[in-house]
Design a protein around this ligand. Structure first.
Ligand SMILES: *[C@@H]1O[C@H](CO)[C@@H](O)[C@H](O)[C@H]1NC(C)=O
Ligand SMILES: *[C@@H]1O[C@H](CO)[C@@H](O)[C@H](O)[C@H]1NC(C)=O
Ligand SMILES: *[C@@H]1O[C@H](CO)[C@@H](O)[C@H](O)[C@H]1NC(C)=O
Ligand SMILES: [Ca+2]
Ligand SMILES: [Ca+2]
Ligand SMILES: [Ca+2]
Length: 326
């Protein structure tokens, strides 16, 4: 009985941590995210998208470090930023250019990913076989009564789907076929979208989710159905849906046959990460380059520290402070 309860708790917690599998659909594309935050968002509900500084902060510092900065005073955060600038300026010419910033952003993303993988890898255990993994994560399913399976059918089906998906992922990630996952293989297992060798599997999963008539491609109708599946009846359609519909017509369906084939799906869900990191590097240089010489001096970065590190809370605090100062 105790085992049963523990297993149920395990499955539920795994279910929660994997919720993205079940309802992630407004973000199907794997954009090698630089940040959990949206770069532009409508913060005050007037349907105009404001530039979201939290996006830049997470891309520039990583999520954890960005959190730490929120607790610092402006003076402290400028001092810490100064030390970071020295690290970014890899050729020590006292300027940070786009290339150096690009390298830095890339490293921040990569080290966050490595850290996450290390932590999960420890919990996973290096000699874990597929059967052991399935037993730990989905073993409790075999104790579900027929009645439970009926009354909670949707949840039950969702677990089964996750289990099948994990089986396929495990096998695809186990490149040397020894029935276990090395650290590198495990990384592919939990982040298949980051790995070239898992590309076919990610495309398979997308087709599995969207291709309702089973012809192996995603029609325009199937594409739209997927976009709208989280929009409730009577609710306003979010704006990004019409943008995505337009994207399908203008460039996702490259050969204009009204369906996405595997190659078009590949370009849709796995665009090269190069663009996102490079765009962010360009964006930061453009915004902070006060004298327009195409590179950033330490002074330019510190003068624009809001863009790189300061939290909105700090800004707010400062505004109040300034007011009192008058
Ligand atoms: C930035 O500087 C490095 C060397 O210091 C150079 O190789 C690179 O081309 C520069 N990047 C840009 C965009 O100017
Ligand atoms: C990025 O990481 C590489 C390899 O770990 C390192 O050699 C390089 O100095 C780092 N660059 C920056 C800008 O941090
Ligand atoms: C995994 O298996 C190898 C070889 O049998 C063994 O040396 C190692 O200690 C095992 N690791 C763990 C965490 O059990
Ligand atoms: Ca292996
Ligand atoms: Ca097509
Ligand atoms: Ca400059």
């Amino acid at each position: 009985m105790k085992f049963l309860i523990i297993s149920v708790v395990l499955v539920v917690s795994i279910f929660l941590s994997n919720c993205s599998v079940l309802n992630k659909d407004e973000e199907r594309t794997h954009t090698h995210k630089l940040s959990e935050e949206a770069h532009y968002k409508d913060t005050n509900g007037d349907k105009v998208f404001e530039h979201n500084v939290d996006y830049d902060h997470e891309a520039f510092l990583g999520k954890e470090e960005a959190e730490k900065f929120k607790a610092l005073t402006p003076e402290e955060s400028k001092e810490r930023l100064g030390k970071i600038i020295e690290k970014i300026d890899s050729d020590h010419d006292e300027f940070v250019n786009e290339t150096e910033l690009y390298e830095w952003l890339h490293n921040v993303t990569r080290s966050a990913l490595n850290k996450e993988t290390d932590e999960k890898w420890k919990l996973f255990g290096e000699n874990t076989t597929l059967d052991e993994y399935l037993e730990t994560n989905f073993g409790a399913l075999k104790y579900w009564s027929e009645e439970e399976k009926t009354t909670r059918k949707e949840l039950y089906q969702a677990y089964l789907k996750m289990m099948e998906r994990d089986k396929k992922r495990f096998k695809a990630a186990d490149i040397d076929n020894d029935g276990k996952l090395s650290r590198a293989e495990y990384s592919d297992f939990i982040h298949p979208e980051e790995s070239k060798t898992m590309r076919n599997l990610v495309i398979d999963e997308t087709i599995e989710d969207l291709d309702k008539n089973g012809d192996g491609v995603i029609s325009f109708e199937e594409f739209v159905t997927d976009l709208k599946k989280n929009v409730k009846d009577g609710e306003d359609e979010p704006e990004w849906i019409s943008v995505e519909v337009e994207n399908f017509r203008s460039f996702r369906d490259k050969n204009k046959d009204n369906v996405l084939d595997r190659e078009e799906i590949n370009d849709w869900i796995l665009p090269a990460d190069y663009d996102y990191t490079l765009n962010e590097a360009k964006h930061l240089v453009f915004e902070a380059d006060d004298n327009k010489d195409g590179k950033l001096s330490k002074k330019e970065i510190l003068d624009n520290y809001n863009l790189f590190v300061a939290s909105s809370a700090t800004n707010y605090g400062k505004k109040i402070y300034d007011k009192e100062d008058l």
